[in-house]
Design a binder for this molecule. Sequence first.
Ligand SMILES: NC(=O)c1ccc[n+]([C@@H]2O[C@H](COP(=O)([O-])OP(=O)(O)OC[C@H]3O[C@@H](n4cnc5c(N)ncnc54)[C@H](OP(=O)(O)O)[C@@H]3O)[C@@H](O)[C@H]2O)c1
Length: 236
Amino acid sequence: MSCILLTGSSRGIGAAAAALLEERGEKVIGHATRSGGPETIAADFLEPTAAQMLWDGALEVSGGAIDVLVNNAGLFDPNPIEGSDVEWLDKWEETLRINLSAAAQLSRFAVKHWQERGAKGRIVHVASRAGHRGDSPAHWHYAAAKGGMLAMHKTIARAYASQGITSFAIAPGFVDTAMAGDYLESRGGEGLLADIPLGRVAEPEEIARIIAFCALDAPESMTGAVIDANGASYVR
Ligand SMILES: NC(=O)c1ccc[n+]([C@@H]2O[C@H](COP(=O)([O-])OP(=O)(O)OC[C@H]3O[C@@H](n4cnc5c(N)ncnc54)[C@H](OP(=O)(O)O)[C@@H]3O)[C@@H](O)[C@H]2O)c1
């Protein structure tokens, strides 16, 4: 049984991944912004110390050994360039902090944890198609954070593979969660689907299956890979 720290497990893709991993008999330590629980730790990534508190709390719950980190929590909040200068910068920094800095902090804690124990470990990063393709005019920050996450993932994979520490990234297109729902609605809903050859957005359970594969099954030789899940809307 692996012990898996999964950020953003309260809803959407994270909740689907937690359910699937638990079904497979793994121990999942969940996370949400506020609402905690016995196996769900509250940490608002807007706070610079939150990632450290989450990691320390998760280590305690795990009994001292975490095998897999899944960086899934994220925010998709529009930031139109027409906003005030201060507002735009604030939103930029909030998104970078939640979507990239917290994932970087947790990844660093995880790598050091495995190095100290001489143990193998895996990181799964839930990035986005936006990290390759860019995003809407109101989402420079989101695309930049996800592009940064992909670059960080590749760096980790290359740096620590020889120590048995592997890194996998997933780049979903639209997924049917609250995050995409509001956006699809605001951009004309069905019209956007014309851009997706598959004709539909992904289900959270589909991304959860890829998370579980990366967390548990992917061969070590796949370290450094980025797995697309976008209905062929962006084919690299
Ligand atoms: N949905 C899509 O179309 C899509 C596409 C590509 C990539 N992704 C990525 O997939 C991941 C999951 O997305 P989703 O669609 O499942 O999103 P979601 O339904 O909006 O859930 C977001 C998760 O992130 C957590 N979160 C949000 N703000 C946070 C903060 N300040 N501090 C800590 N945690 C925070 C939320 O916790 P609370 O419940 O406590 O707020 C929630 O668990 C994200 O990284 C997202 O960028 C999604």
